[in-house]
Design a protein around this ligand. Structure first.
Ligand code: FES
Ligand code: FES
Length: 142
């Protein structure tokens, strides 16, 4: 069983989306021991003992994280299908590289396909969210 199917079908964590199921679209991205990975390409058993953070795990209680709030502010989603993967990918990036340049953000997010937004608002949102990570909040609500 893939990690994606385990998360969705066994654990009921349907925030992780499945698009291509071939490692191309990035919709299924989750964070495993701090690294953004494609859960459609990883077996669930390979994650045994690891910390797995899905898009559900980015939130704390009822408040949006700075990254999520920036996505809402900049209208960085339309249909929302790509959004969980965008958020987990961007969170992993900014946690490791809170000073990531726009070029670096574009490079990393180029592995996540979006058919709606044209990417500009997504990049704007991630750029704005950098400040929260620089403060050491790791994307926690502020
Ligand atoms: S569903 Fe995993 S990369 Fe597309
Ligand atoms: S918002 Fe629709 S695919 Fe990205």
């Amino acid at each position: 069983m893939s990690l994606a199917d385990c998360l969705r079908d066994t654990l009921g964590l349907t925030g992780t989306h499945l698009g291509c199921e071939h490692g191309v679209c990035g919709a299924c991205t989750v964070i495993v021991d701090g690294a953004a990975v494609r859960s459609c390409l990883m077996l669930a058993v390979q994650a045994e003992g690891a910390q797995v953070i899905t898009v559900e795990g980015l939130s704390r209680e009822d408040s949006l994280t700075p990254l999520q709030a920036a996505f809402r502010k900049h209208h960085a989603l339309q249909c929302g299908f790509c959004t969980p993967g965008m958020l987990t990918t961007a969170h992993a990036l900014l946690t490791d590289e809170p000073d990531a340049s726009e070029e670096r953000i574009r490079e990393v997010l180029s592995g996540n396909l979006c058919r709606c937004t044209g990417y500009i608002p997504i990049i704007q949102a991630v750029l704005e969210a950098r400040a929260a990570y620089r403060k050491g909040s790791k994307g926690e609500p502020i």
